[in-house]
Structures are given as structure tokens and as C-alpha cells.
Ligand binder design. Structure first.
Ligand code: NDP
Length: 280
């Protein structure tokens, strides 16, 4: 039976979610399902969610609604409550359940790349939705975290929150301009610096850091940001946000459908997206 799914955001035209979800539906024999991108502004969100509640089986939320949508929902999964952000919503029996698949998507992408960064010293740049999801995963891995953010208070609040969840976590907050000179094994960018208006810019200059071996940029378009280019030139292992994007989508479908998406289907969709991003 045909079912409706979608993604709401502002802006939304750049979103790769429709391509990914349609491919995943096709690969699991559900080509009849519809997945639509809906351009919904902040002021329209409450009314839009009510319409979706009655007509859609599930939907994703993206920038800037991941936190604003929470009061409009009936229930949160433990993963969404932990991050304080929702990227996936399931509708059923008139109830909306909010979930978050960004964190596991972040970690599954690391595993696919064969990176074992458990226990590493990590510089996490950013303290927004994606950074929050990544920070919880890194804390679970026993990493030592330095969170650098343009707004220091945002990083400090995230560190405080993480320490309440993980009492043994070693974490510190620094202002973005203060991370030069530090020693880190891994740098993770969870800001938009490197994409769109910020294309060609660095969120942090790797030349000013010591010991960096891994550079993970959550940006997926462009596929090679200036940070990844610099990391590669310095001999670091680099990873972009495309695998995370595909995994978070596959986990969203698993949440909606209640059954696992086979790993080969996920890898096939990732290969297609990589091909698309390389050839424009
Ligand atoms: P948010 O808006 O929640 O957070 C943005 C973060 O970037 C904040 O820490 C913000 O700092 C910082 N920032 C924004 N503009 C600037 C700037 N000009 N200079 C310095 N810092 C800045 O966004 P998300 O967390 O949802 O997304 C962040 C990035 O992660 C985006 O590039 C997005 O594409 C990517 N992403 C990738 C995913 C994937 O699956 N690969 C999934 C989700 C996001 P401040 O607190 O000071 O405002």
C-alpha cells in the first residue's frame, strides 16, 4: 500500500534526503511509497506538523526545526531525549514519536571507514544539533572531548550536559579562536564552515594543531571541503558527511518500517550518492 513520507526544512531544495529515501524504498521493494521535500518556515511548523500527523506515516526534520519540533510531539525515544534534537518522526494512531538517527549515523560511518577512534583526544568544532549527536557518540566511545564553538556559552552548555550523562567524561569548552596549539588525534567539523556561503573556508586551521591523524567533516556537499583538502595534504585520514547522511536515512526508514535495511542496500545507495557528488 502506498504511504507518504517526507522531510521538512528551510531551506530544503538542496536536500539529498528524497534521493536517498526513494533509493532505499526501491531497494527494499517499496517503490510505491512517496517521499516529498517540504519547504516549511519556522512560523509554519506547528500547522505543518498537524497536517503531517494525519496524512504521513513518517517524516524527517532538518535545519532549523530539529529542536523546535520537540514540543509539538507526543513522545521522544531515548536517543532523541539524550541529544535534545529530533531528525525522524513516526506517526501512528494520531501520535507522533520523535527519534534521532544522526548519532548512530555518525558512528556507523566511522565503522564503515574502518576508523577506531575509541579513547582518542577529539576536537569537536560546533555545538549545534549535529555536534550534540556526535558528542554523545564520542563520549560513549570514551574519547576526551574539546568542544570549540563560535559562541563559547553553547560549547560550555553542551559540556555541562554531557558531564551529567557521562560522569567520567573528560571534556572542555573553548572559544573557536582559542584551539590553536592544542594536541588532538581527531578533528570533527560540525559547523557549516566549508559549505554554501562558507565554501573554501576553514572551521579550524589544522596547521595550528598538533598530532592530528583523522579529520571528519560532517558536511557532505561539497564532498571535499577545504578542511578535508588541508587534512589530506597533511597526511591525515579524511572522511566527509555523506556516509553519515545515508546511514541516518537508513536508520530512519528502519524506525518507520520496523525492520532492518540490509547493509548491501545502504552501501549501494552510498555508492550512487558518491558518484552523483563526484560528477555533480
Ligand atoms: P546547527 O544550526 O544546529 O549548528 C550550527 C553550528 O555551527 C553551531 O555550533 C554554530 O555556532 C556554528 N556556526 C554556524 N555558523 C558559523 C560561523 N559563521 N562561524 C563559526 N561557527 C558557525 O546546524 P547542524 O548542527 O544541524 O549542522 C551543522 C553542520 O553539520 C552542517 O554543515 C550540516 O550540513 C552538517 N550535518 C551533516 C549531517 C550528516 O548526516 N552528514 C547531519 C546533520 C548536519 P553558534 O553556536 O555560535 O551559532
Amino acid at each position: 500500500m502506498q504511504k507518504l513520507y517526507g522531510v521538512v526544512g528551510d531551506p530544503i531544495s538542496h536536500s539529498l534526503s528524497p534521493v536517498i529515501h526513494k533509493q532505499l524504498f526501491q531497494m527494499t521493494g517499496r517503490e510505491e511509497h512517496i517521499y516529498a521535500a517540504l519547504h516549511i518556515r519556522a512560523a509554519q511548523l506547528p500547522a505543518a506538523v498537524e497536517i503531517l500527523r494525519g496524512n504521513f506515516e513518517g517524516f524527517n526534520v532538518t535545519i532549523p526545526h530539529k529542536q523546535a519540533v520537540i514540543p509539538l510531539l507526543d513522545e521522544l525515544t531515548a536517543a532523541a531525549a539524550r541529544c535534545g534534537a529530533v531528525n525522524t518522526i513516526k506517526s501512528g494512531g494520531g501520535r507522533l514519536v520523535g527519534h534521532n538517527t544522526d548519532g548512530p549515523g555518525f558512528t556507523l560511518a566511522l565503522q564503515l571507514a574502518g576508523w577506531d577512534i575509541a579513547g582518542s583526544r577529539v576536537l569537536l568544532v560546533g555545538a549545534g544539533g549535529a555536534a550534540r549527536a556526535a558528542a554523545h557518540e564520542l563520549a560513549e566511545m570514551g574519547c576526551t572531548l574539546t568542544i570549540a564553538n563560535r559562541t563559547l556559552a553553547g560549547a560550555a552548555a553542551l559540556v555541562q550536559e554531557l558531564q551529567a550523562w557521562y560522569p567520567r567524561l573528560q571534556a572542555a569548552a573553548v572559544a573557536l579562536e582559542e584551539c590553536a596549539g592544542g594536541r588532538y588525534d581527531v578533528v570533527v567539523n560540525a559547523t557549516p564552515i566549508g559549505m554554501g556561503l562558507y565554501a573554501g573556508q576553514l572551521p579550524v586551521d589544522l596547521d595550528g594543531l598538533q598530532g592530528v591523524e583523522y579529520v571528519y567533516d560532517l558536511i557532505y556537499s561539497p564532498s571535499q571541503t577545504e578542511l578535508l583538502r588541508q587534512g589530506q595534504a597533511l597526511g591525515c585520514r579524511v572522511l566527509n558527511g555523506l556516509p553519515m547522511l545515508v546511514y541516518q536515512a537508513a536508520l530512519a526508514q528502519e524506525f518507520w518500517l520496523g525492520e532492518p535495511i540490509p547493509e548491501p542496500a545502504i552501501c549501494q545507495v552510498l555508492a550512487l550518492l558518491e558518484e552523483m557528488s563526484t560528477h555533480g
